[in-house]
Design a protein around this ligand. Sequence first.
Ligand code: ADP
Ligand code: FBP
Length: 308
Amino acid sequence: MITTVTLNPAIDTRYFIEDFKEGRLFRAEKTIKSPGGKGLNVTKVLRQMGADVVATGIIGGKNGEWIQENLKKMDIKEEFYVSSAETRVCIAVLAKHSETEILESGEELTDSDLRAFEKKLMELVEKSDVITMSGSLPKGMDAGYYQKLVELVNRKGKKVILDTSGKSLLEGVKGKPYLIKPNFDELEYVLGESIDGRDKIKKAVEKLKNLGAQNVLVSLGGEGAIYFGEEILKITIPKIKIHNTVGSGDSSVAGFAKGLDDGLELNEILKLSMACGMSNAQSMETGRVIPEDVKEFMGNITVEVLKI
Ligand SMILES: Nc1ncnc2c1ncn2[C@@H]1O[C@H](COP(=O)(O)OP(=O)(O)O)[C@@H](O)[C@H]1O
Ligand SMILES: O=P(O)(O)OC[C@H]1O[C@](O)(COP(=O)(O)O)[C@@H](O)[C@@H]1O
């Protein structure tokens, strides 16, 4: 079983405005709302890929109720701790040539919220082999909270995939997660300078590994990814027509988690991860993959050892 952790869930709201520009009034041509926040995107993709998955985290208010109702409609099992803090809304404006995101930070949680959630999480960990932890931490939360969670789960001998950014990534890796999946922007934050080639990618990854990350999957959008484990592996993906890449990172985390849970060989896990990201990029919806397409993409993805 896979448990996904979303500490800062959201109602993801996507507006379709073909010629969107800042500073003008627009009326959305179409609006789609869905349960979101990185961890719930991972959950949706795992469910679509047929994984045995349970979502947990902290949820609250009317927005939290909306998310719980919609997860039920999607036949997704959830065991969220319900707090009195209202769950946030995240907005993405999809235009013809751009994607603009506005992410609320999420209301503050109390210590008793956190203790009650941890109890729930540890019950689920007993039944799980892989645990994903994704996304930002709500406002005011200690950036080291993921470190604490990763350590709790590691003590039970289970594998953690941690996908977060900024300070919570730099602190979270100290807990020694099995995998982290930074993208280019996240690596630039880690290094504190712009990344203009593979040497700089390697330098940022070494920093994360020295801090505690066991393996690092650097996702590079349409360029695929580079995996830093015992060896460095370059994963090359074919060019495809895309519609909405929001949530592709989350989908690639879901693919990795599914492959790991299924006991696949590393090369196959990496292909599955990339193929899920690609399939999501072909959908208008965030966290939406088509298993048949995923299978087909996997046949066109290559993994080779890279010397850098
Ligand atoms: N433009 C694209 N074309 C094809 N695949 C993509 C594209 N963007 C993302 N993907 C797939 O999704 C994965 C994760 O995307 P990426 O943009 O790197 O993550 P994030 O959403 O975290 O920034 C990529 O490694 C790739 O497999
Ligand atoms: O949990 P965070 O880090 O605040 O991010 C939340 C947002 O990120 C997304 O998951 C998209 O993330 P990616 O495009 O990086 O995969 C949105 O769906 C969501 O609203």
